[in-house]
Design a protein around this ligand. Structure first.
Ligand SMILES: Nc1ncnc2c1ncn2[C@@H]1O[C@H](COP(=O)(O)OP(=O)(O)O)[C@@H](O)[C@H]1O
Ligand SMILES: [Mg+2]
Length: 387
């Protein structure tokens, strides 16, 4: 199988050099028995790599078993992987073969390997080093010939420092390392993937395929896709099902893309570009996004306050008067039972911030927490309102 055939066979879309390199390495190491460690963010397509390796190895006529280590309860994982003897624990009515026995001659893919409990890591290290393992409740070593491929989206060196992952196991698994780039680092593939998913959905549901207007394409290319290809596919699915208009505009995209937040709880939607690099249109989108973000923050502040019984008294007078010149919005939770009520927010933001600061004796951190905004945003607003 060459690279093109591998892509075809496993439905891998994309021509970015980083992705192609990952496939090349997989093909090169396939015929060996070397352990391979696949890293990359969630949703980048890590699961394709072990499949390519297995199908291009001498093991391809034997079993390929993919195990999601994160999905198996800690109490049963040893037994799943290595099997158990009858009566070895309550409920073990029969003896059972584990994956390492069933996959003899084949390949095991340990997905989310960082989730393995320490005790299982010890057993895994042993089978990797000696080719032998023992069933739970047995003291007989069983020989097995399994090729192991592991994957994780966790930063393993950190996990090692925190004492959650064995260093010796990491080095044993990580003989060859394959990195799958995030979607935002292979932007050239985004449009290809969109068209592929759109046409898949169209075929599946027998509807016309959605297509992107050029502004809309620009937006999804600039978006940072924290959930990578999985998120993009779900996004296309959502638009394919919901949108009657099959030409997708930038406005539609704008509404459908979720906000994502960094560790400071500030939204990050697009990579930061300097003002000079932005076209007029992009600036406009940025402004729209900022407005959308502000509205979301304001909604959150409102709901938090409404839901916070301690503050129930001052809620009433804050939200009572309506100023038509301001942006108005109808909080979702209120829609059904009080159709007429329209709360204005912009004017009261200052008030809320002031009260919250007073309540917390000027401690910005606490006020920001209560208001559901980042400290940085609060700081900006304090300056803005000259509080
Ligand atoms: N290059 C690609 N082309 C098309 N679909 C892809 C590609 N990479 C991943 N996918 C799809 O995206 C989804 C997530 O991939 P997966 O391998 O499960 O990600 P990970 O294991 O890294 O979280 C899967 O449905 C997979 O089929
Ligand atoms: Mg996965």
């Amino acid at each position: 199988m060459n690279k093109q055939q591998a892509k075809q066979r496993f439905g891998i879309i994309g021509n970015s050099p980083l992705l192609e390199r990952a496939i090349d390495i997989a093909l090169q190491v396939a015929h060996t028995d070397i352990s391979v460690f696949v890293s990359g963010e969630s949703g980048t397509g890590k699961e394709n790599i072990p499949k390519i390796i297995h199908q291009n190895s001498n093991r391809k006529h034997n079993n390929y078993i993919a195990v999601n280590c994160g999905a198996i309860p800690e109490g049963t994982i040893d037994s799943e992987l290595f099997g158990h003897e009858k009566g070895s624990f309550t409920g073990a009515h029969d003896s059972r073969k584990g994956y390492f026995e069933v996959a003899n001659g084949g390949t095991i893919f340990l997905d989310e390997v960082a989730e393995l409990p320490m005790s299982t890591q010890v057993r895994l290290l042993r089978v990797l080093e000696s080719g032998e393992f023992m069933k739970v409740g047995s003291s007989n070593a069983i020989k097995t010939d399994v090729r192991v491929i592991a994957a994780t989206n966790v930063n393993i060196p950190n996990a090692i420092k925190e004492g959650k992952f064995r260093e010796d196991l990491y080095y044993r698994l990580n003989t060859i390392s394959i990195f799958i780039p995030a979607l935002r680092d292979r932007k050239e593939d985004i449009s290809l993937l969109f068209r592929k998913f759109a046409s898949d959905f169209a075929d599946k549901y027998n509807t016309p395929s959605i297509r992107l207007e050029s502004d809309a394409l620009k937006l999804i290319t600039d978006y940072n896709w924290p959930g990578n290809i999985r998120q993009l596919r779900n996004f296309v699915a959502q638009l394919s099902v919901i949108e009657k208009e099959r030409n997708i505009s930038a406005t539609t995209v704008l509404h459908a893309l979720p906000e994502n937040r960094n560790e400071n709880n500030s939204p990050i939607l697009f990579e930061e570009k300097s003002k000079a690099d932005l076209s007029e249109r992009e600036i406009l989108y940025k402004v729209l996004f900022d407005m959308k973000r502000d509205l979301t923050e304001l909604k959150k502040i409102t709901f938090d306050l409404i839901n916070n019984e301690e503050n129930s008294n001052f809620n009433k007078d804050i939200f009572n008067d309506v100023n038509e010149n301001e942006i108005t919005l109808l909080p979702k939770q209120q829609e059904s039972d009080s159709q007429e009520e329209v709360y204005t927010l912009a004017n009261h933001e200052k008030n809320l911030i002031k009260k919250s600061l007073e309540k917390h004796n000027g401690k910005r951190k606490l006020a920001a927490e209560e208001l559901g905004i980042s400290e940085r945003t609060l700081y900006r607003k304090i300056k803005e309102f000259k509080l």
